[in-house]
Design a binder for this molecule. Sequence first.
Ligand SMILES: Nc1ncnc2c1ncn2[C@@H]1O[C@H](COP(=O)(O)OP(=O)(O)OP(=O)(O)O)[C@@H](O)[C@H]1O
Ligand SMILES: [Mg+2]
Length: 508
Amino acid sequence: MSLLQMEKISKTFGGVKALSEVHFSVNEGEIHALLGENGAGKSTLMNILTGVVQMDTGQIEFSGSHYPHPTIVQMEEAGIAIVHQELNVINDLTAFENIFLNKEIVGKFGLLNNKKMIQETKDLFLSLGVDINPMVMVEELKTSEKQLLEISRALYADAKLFILDEPTTALSGDEVEHLFGILRRLREKGKSFIFISHKMPEIFEIADRYTVLRNGEFISSGLIVDTTPQGIASDMVGKQYVDKNMYLQRKLGDDVIVMRNFCGHGFKDINLTVRKGEILAFTGLAGSGASELMQTMFGALPATAGHIAVHGQKIHGGITSFMSHGVAMLPSNRKENSVLPDLDILENLYIAEHTLSYKAQIIHKKAELERYDRLKYMLNIKAQDYTDSINSLSGGNQQKIFFGRWLNTEADVLLLDNPTQGVDVGAKIEIYRLILELATEGKTIIINTLEIPEIVKVSDRCVVFFEGKIQTILEHEDINEHDVMLHSTNAVILRGRIHDKYKDEQTN
Ligand SMILES: Nc1ncnc2c1ncn2[C@@H]1O[C@H](COP(=O)(O)OP(=O)(O)OP(=O)(O)O)[C@@H](O)[C@H]1O
Ligand SMILES: [Mg+2]
């Protein structure tokens, strides 16, 4: 039965047509994937549905009622809960205060009933299998925990329809699996979900139906079982989509990064050598330590033992020492670590270069604009004017700018933490091409990612982490989904043990 009907929805932002006459519908008890390239209009459509943005024209019918001018309060009361694309938790409040923000439980005499709210939060986390202390200050949580907190807050609402706008960007593979378990349970109870993601395998795992938007227009809709990833990608980009194998073997140079018994928070005893022009992938499940290691390799987290040398020189100290040795890093989680909201698009693009190229005295505006135009064309960045605020860009288009931020720096070691987070299928391919190009020019690149297809496309070697240690290092020809998962979950050893036990039983 139909739960939501949106008809002929149109929206223009200052001259830009974000949506034109889009229709979209969701049934009861289904998980509906809303798909499209960066800037296609997905978040805008959801913001209209939840009353955050007003539509210019269109009709919305939800659960039997019409909403000509939906407001946030009205839609919440109607039974719609949303997890926005960008993190929306408040760092200087505790976890339980975030859950109960604007719906605090008040006792006699108008006092806050903290005890009850803490207990309810505990129960909620327990039922969802989320391991967070209700009393912890949110600033102390890891980004993945913040994302889980936000999802929990939405699920706490007794809604009929939950909107998840890229909910898994900070989650590791096992956390995603866990979340999907919760979604399936709620679906069985008749709840509906709108699921937005740029990760094709996730969509095919969890969604029942899909709708594709392109350039603010409705393109297609149907059952997931009736389509293929290639079919959806073609609808998204508007032409035949080719998923090329683009990896190219290159000659590697001298050792650039050497780590010996390197230890830090979340990882230990790392011994690893990376060569000039090499592309190395880090991967692993939650708690694998890969992201912490990368942050420590940039001085953003302190090392506790062992050492790291870049170009033969041991580096101690923080970010500035690493930067002065030619190391640059694109951090994960764009809103927390990359967005400079008060600066415009161009300033956001060139900030790293201006900081790093301290030798250059003058900024060549004309050259910068030419390079901006080239990047815009290459990565298909949907932006109006370069003087617009970075916040006027869709999530994925912002990420493309932040990737570009590190391309032209003089740094010769690039650490990229989850670089294609929220980036659409076409631009991902262009980013892989750029990474391979940079490596061919002699840059040493490490990417930390959970997307195995990404690892296969670019990396010479893949380091799989498990519980803070290197579990294995796979050479390019040995990298495949099955083996990476096996090593990430330590199933290899487990299987070995079972095998040994079996042998013991045989001999006894
Ligand atoms: N507040 C705003 N001001 C100006 N333009 C906006 C605003 N919000 C969205 N837009 C524009 O509307 C278009 C659609 O953006 P939207 O955020 O809906 O895309 P999206 O499909 O969610 O993309 P992504 O996958 O990158 O998140 C984009 O061109 C974007 O720049
Ligand atoms: Mg969006």
